[in-house]
Design a protein around this ligand. Structure first.
Ligand code: C2E
Ligand code: CA
Ligand code: CA
Length: 603
C-alpha cells in the first residue's frame, strides 16, 4: 500500500513559467485541452502517487463513457480512482481495508451529494444529456462544459484534498500502517492514542449508563490555530496543546472526561444539572486557557446535551462537532448548542445553496456602490462595489449572511465575476459622459487567488468595455503570509492593477502581509479604527499607521466612518480618504451614478 505521509493541500505537481500549478489549475488546464472531467481529475492527481498521468487518464476513459450515457458525474468515479491510487482501496483479501475503502468512497459521495444539492448525474449537473445527439449540440454551442464543469471539478478536488489531509489523523489508517512503521516510538504513540480513545469512550459509555444527571458533550478548538502554528512554529503549537491537556487534567473531576481528538480539537464530556452550570463550566475552561506565553488563545465551543442516552457515542460527538463548526461562522458567540439556533443556521445555509444558481440566472445579485470621499476636497474620489442579493420573497440578503457559505462552496467566484463585469460596465458608463476620475474597487475573494483564471476574467472585462485598467481597483483581504497569494498579487501588480489591502488591522498578519505583497492602498478596518479611537494610546498608534503609510508611499483610506468625531480625528492625523455611513451608505448603482453626475457635472 502506498503511504501518503504528510499531505500538503497545495501539493504542487507541475511547474509552468513561474507559477506552480495546483491540482485545481492542473485539472482546469486538462479540461481546456478538451479532456473530460474524469480524465482531468485523475490526471491532476496521478503523478502525486507515482502514476503516469497519461495512462491514468486512459484508464479513466471508461468513466467518461458512463458519463456519455448520462450516468454519474465523471468527477465521482474519478475520485474513487484517486483514492484507489492513494490507498490501494478495495482489497478482498483484507476485510479491514475493504471496509475502509468503502468508507472513503461513501464519505466523498456524501459530501459531493450535499454540496451539489443532490445532483449527482451528469445530465442533472449540466442541465443537458450527453447521450442525446441534439442535446450534445446544445452542450457544445452553449459551452456548458466550460461553464459548469470547472466549478464541479474544483469542488471535487477540494473534497479529495480534504479527505487526503484528514487521512493523516485517521486512526484506522495509522493502525493499518503500523506494520510498515519503522519507528517503535511512533508506534507507541499511536497505540497510546488508540488506547486512550477507547478508554475515553468506555468511560463516557459507563457514565451514560449509570448517571441520572444530564450529560453534555463539549467540543472545542482553537480559533486560527493554523495561524499560531505558522507564526510561532509547530513546536510552539504543540506546547499550546500540552498546556490545554494539562489544564483539562486539573479541571476535570471524576465524572468529567476529556480527550484530544485530533490536532487542536478537544472534547470534554460532563455531567451537569442546569444549562447555566454547563455554561459556567465552559467559562471555566475558557478562563483557564485565555493565553499561553502571552499568546492569546481563543476557543470555539460546540455543545450537545444528550437527549437520548442510547444513541451512539460517535453520533453525540458528531453533534457537538457540528455545533462547533457552526459556531465558527457565527460572529455573535463562540459557544453554540446543537439545537434550534443550529438548525436555523443550517436552514439559511440550505436556502442559500438551493437558491444560488437561480439567483445568478435571474440576476438577483445586484451591485451596490458605496462612495469614497476626500475630506479636504469634500468630493467623491471613488466607490467600492458591494454585492447585494435581492431575493423575490426574502428581500435583501446581506453579504455577511451568504458570502461565508459561497466562499465555502466556491460559488463566490461566479458572483465576483458578475460584480466585476457590472463594475466595468459602470466605469464605461461614466467614461461615456466624461467622468474618468472615479475608480471603482471590487472585492476579490481569496478563492480566486489560488488560480490564474480570474486574471483572464478581469482583463477580458477591461478589454471588452474598453476602460482604463487603473479605474478598476482590486481589494484583497489580508491573509496569513500565504506565498501563493503574494505571488499572485505580484503578478497583478506587474500587470498594472491597483491593489487595495482590505481590512487592515483586523487580523494577525497585517504588517507582514504588507512586506510580502505590493499593495498600493491600505484600507483601515472599521473595528481596528473603532478600537484605536477608544484610547489615547490607540490614537497614537493610528497616527503612526498614517505616518507609516505615507513613508511607504502607500495610499490610505479609513473604512466604516460613522461620526463627526472620527472625521475630525482622521483629518487631524492626515488620513484624508474615507468611506462610511457618515458620508453615504452603499446604494444601488443607478443612484450612485446620479449622485456622481450631479457632483461632477455641477462643478
Ligand atoms: P468589506 O469589504 O470590508 O466591506 C465594507 C462593509 O462595511 C460593507 O458591508 C459596508 O456596507 C459596510 N460599511 C460601510 N460603511 C460602514 C459604516 O460606516 N458602518 C458600518 N457599520 N458598516 C459600514 P457589506 O456590504 O455588508 O459587506 C460585508 C463584507 O462582505 C465585505 O466587507 C466584503 O468582505 C464582503 N463582500 C461584499 N461584497 C462582496 C463581493 O462582491 N465579493 C466578495 N468577494 N465579497 C464581498
Ligand atoms: Ca472591501
Ligand atoms: Ca473592509
Amino acid at each position: 500500500m502506498i503511504g501518503i505521509g504528510k499531505y500538503d493541500k497545495r501539493n504542487c505537481v507541475l511547474r509552468k513559467g513561474i507559477s506552480v500549478l495546483t491540482h485545481v489549475e492542473k485539472a482546469k488546464e486538462l479540461l481546456k485541452q478538451e479532456y473530460h472531467c474524469s480524465q482531468a481529475l485523475t490526471g491532476a492527481f496521478a503523478e502525486d502517487f507515482g502514476f503516469n498521468a497519461r495512462n491514468a487518464m486512459k484508464i479513466s476513459t471508461c468513466f467518461g463513457s458512463g458519463m456519455h450515457r448520462g450516468g454519474l458525474c465523471g468527477c465521482i468515479t474519478a475520485a474513487m480512482l484517486v483514492f484507489g491510487m492513494a490507498f490501494g482501496l478495495y482489497d478482498p483479501q483484507d476485510k479491514e481495508l475493504e471496509v475502509y475503502g468503502y468508507k472513503k468512497a461513501e464519505e466523498f459521495y456524501e459530501r459531493f451529494f450535499e454540496k451539489m444539492n443532490g445532483k449527482v448525474l451528469c445530465r442533472e449537473i449540466l442541465g443537458a444529456d450527453f447521450s442525446k445527439p441534439e442535446e450534445l449540440v446544445r452542450i457544445r454551442q452553449e459551452g456548458l462544459v466550460q461553464k459548469i464543469c470547472p466549478h464541479v471539478l474544483e469542488m471535487s478536488i477540494d473534497i479529495i484534498e480534504d479527505i487526503l489531509k484528514e487521512q493523516e489523523e485517521d486512526e484506522a489508517y495509522i493502525r493499518l500502517n503500523l506494520a510498515d512503521s519503522e519507528s517503535t516510538a511512533e508506534m507507541q504513540t499511536v497505540l497510546k492514542r488508540v488506547d486512550k480513545l477507547q478508554k475515553f469512550r468506555k468511560n463516557v459509555h459507563d457514565m451514560l449508563l449509570t448517571s441520572d444527571k444530564k450529560i453534555g458533550f463539549i467540543q472545542f478548538d482553537i480559533k486560527r490555530f493554523k495561524i499560531i502554528n505558522d507564526l510561532y512554529g509547530e513546536k510552539f503549537g504543540d506546547e499550546v496543546l500540552f498546556f490545554i491537556n494539562d489544564n483539562l487534567k486539573k479541571l476535570c473531576g471524576d465524572r468529567q472526561f476529556f480527550m484530544n481528538l485530533r490536532s487542536d480539537v478537544f472534547i470534554v464530556v460532563t455531567e451537569y444539572e442546569t444549562e447555566e452550570s454547563l455554561l459556567d463550566f465552559i467559562n471555566e475552561i475558557e478562563g483557564m486557557l485565555v493565553s499561553f506565553k502571552d499568546v492569546k488563545i481563543q476557543l470555539t465551543f460546540g455543545v450537545y446535551s444528550v437527549e437520548d442516552k442510547s444513541m451512539e457515542i460517535r453520533q453525540m460527538e458528531d453533534r457537538a462537532a457540528m455545533a462547533r463548526k457552526s459556531a465558527k461562522t457565527n460572529v455573535l458567540t463562540n459557544v453554540l448548542f446543537y439545537k434550534e439556533q443550529f438548525k436555523e443556521l443550517l436552514y439559511t445555509r440550505k436556502f442559500i445553496e438551493e437558491n444560488m444558481n437561480i439567483a445568478v440566472e435571474e440576476k438577483q445579485f445586484k451591485m451596490y456602490l458605496q462612495p469614497k470621499y476626500s475630506i479636504s476636497q469634500n468630493k467623491i474620489v471613488g466607490a467600492e462595489a458591494l454585492v447585494r442579493w435581492i431575493h423575490p420573497e426574502r428581500g435583501m440578503v446581506y453579504p455577511n449572511e451568504f458570502i461565508p457559505v459561497l466562499e465555502e462552496n466556491g460559488f463566490i467566484k461566479l458572483v465576483d465575476y458578475y460584480i466585476w463585469e457590472e463594475a466595468s460596465r459602470f466605469i464605461k458608463k461614466c467614461a461615456d459622459i466624461g467622468i474618468e476620475d472615479c475608480p471603482i474597487s471590487v472585492n476579490v475573494s481569496r478563492h480566486h487567488l489560488k488560480d490564474i483564471e480570474f486574471m483572464h476574467v478581469l482583463v477580458e472585462d477591461i478589454k471588452s468595455n474598453r476602460i482604463e485598467k487603473s479605474l478598476l481597483e482590486l481589494e484583497i483581504t489580508e491573509t496569513v503570509n500565504d506565498q501563493q497569494i503574494s505571488q499572485m498579487a505580484m503578478q497583478l501588480k506587474a500587470d498594472g492593477f491597483t491593489l487595495l489591502m482590505d481590512d487592515f488591522g483586523s487580523g494577525y498578519s497585517s504588517l507582514s502581509m504588507l512586506l510580502e505583497t505590493p499593495f498600493d492602498v491600505i484600507k483601515l478596518d472599521k473595528k481596528f479604527m473603532d478600537n484605536m479611537m477608544a484610547s489615547e494610546k490607540g490614537k497614537l498608534i493610528l497616527e503612526y499607521v498614517v505616518a507609516m503609510a505615507e513613508k511607504l508611499g502607500l495610499g490610505l483610506l479609513a473604512e466604516g466612518v460613522e461620526t463627526r468625531e472620527q472625521v475630525e480625528l482622521l483629518q487631524k492625523i492626515g488620513c484624508d480618504k474615507v468611506q462610511g455611513y457618515y458620508f453615504a451608505k452603499p446604494m444601488p448603482q443607478e443612484e450612485f451614478f446620479e449622485l456622481l453626475k450631479k457632483e461632477r457635472l455641477a462643478g
